[in-house]
Design a protein around this ligand. Sequence first.
Ligand code: UDP
Length: 359
Amino acid sequence: MDAGPSHPETLGAFMEELRIMVKLIGQAPAKVFVTGGAGFIGSHLVDRLLGAGHRVAVVDNFATGRESNLAHAAGHVTLHRADIAADDLVPLFAGATTVFHLAGLADIVPSIERPVEYFRTNVDGTMRVMEAARAAGVAKVVYAASSSCYGIPDVFPTDEQAAVRPQYPYALTKYLGELTALHWGQVYGIPVVSLRLFNVYGPRSRTTGAYGAVFGVFLAQKLAGKPYTVVGDGKQTRDFTYVTDVAEAFLAAATSPAAGEIFNVGSGGTYAINELVALLGGDVTYVAKRPGEPDCTFADVRKIERVLGWRACVSFRTGVGLMLDNVELWRDAPVWDREGIERATAAWFTHLGKERAVS
Ligand code: UDP
């Protein structure tokens, strides 16, 4: 607890204390840390935190994060180039009051191909973040979890009590990261909140590298005048949640007294891929449905509404419009076609195909 101001006896002593205070404030370390702050969601969270007047530090190894995601905030953010799975985070976190832990490896196919790397970053890395948070005595950790832990759910909308059934190493490791963060919270008395994010989209989502999230794939195809590669019949739906709404949920989690809690973060709706295609406009081609893909993701958001007073504000139609306004961001993104996707997703079919499933 703050001890409050002391009472210096003389004007000279007062001036000296003032001088020391100014110096301390000038050198004070950033209070709010965002791991993965140069990434897609992390950089939007940084923007929101700066907007709220926080001093922000970012820890990122730039594996998938980009300096350009924070270029507009240069000079306002302390940037630590560090790997959560390898570097000593304890000195970095000194003085932190809140840690937002978003650093991690995403994407399904590479997680099937390189599970050890995913384990190391998403599980071991989370444990190391929690250890550093413990050493710093932080007042709150907010963990970015994934709705992929629900796998193929039985009930829609899906609430936080639903069975956990990870279908691939990405989902497993994000879930184990969640367990780790909450366990550290329980054992060491750190208030931890885990947010299970549903299909986040928005500007700055990754434009390079592995075949991944549908928005990037479709926007690059749109710019190239190529057909959208719709999976299955396109009737499957996703709870597409706009990134600025997600950043707001992180802030709500950090400022609430909630601890040891899991919250779904979703848009309040679920939208078919065919609806997305209709809003984007253009031709389609079809690719095979993948094993382990749910026909629907749809968050039950009653808990987060009730406890954190958060709900998404950006409608799907508005969000898609914002993506179209920013379509140039995908100018250099790879343009996928059916054959390329078949090659890129081969491991998915090999390892998750029904014929290999254990009952
Ligand atoms: N999808 C699609 N074409 C693509 C990539 C994805 O139709 O080229 C569909 C996919 O089948 C899923 C939805 O878009 O129903 C969202 O896919 P994404 O990979 O973005 O997220 P996830 O499958 O993890 O929910």
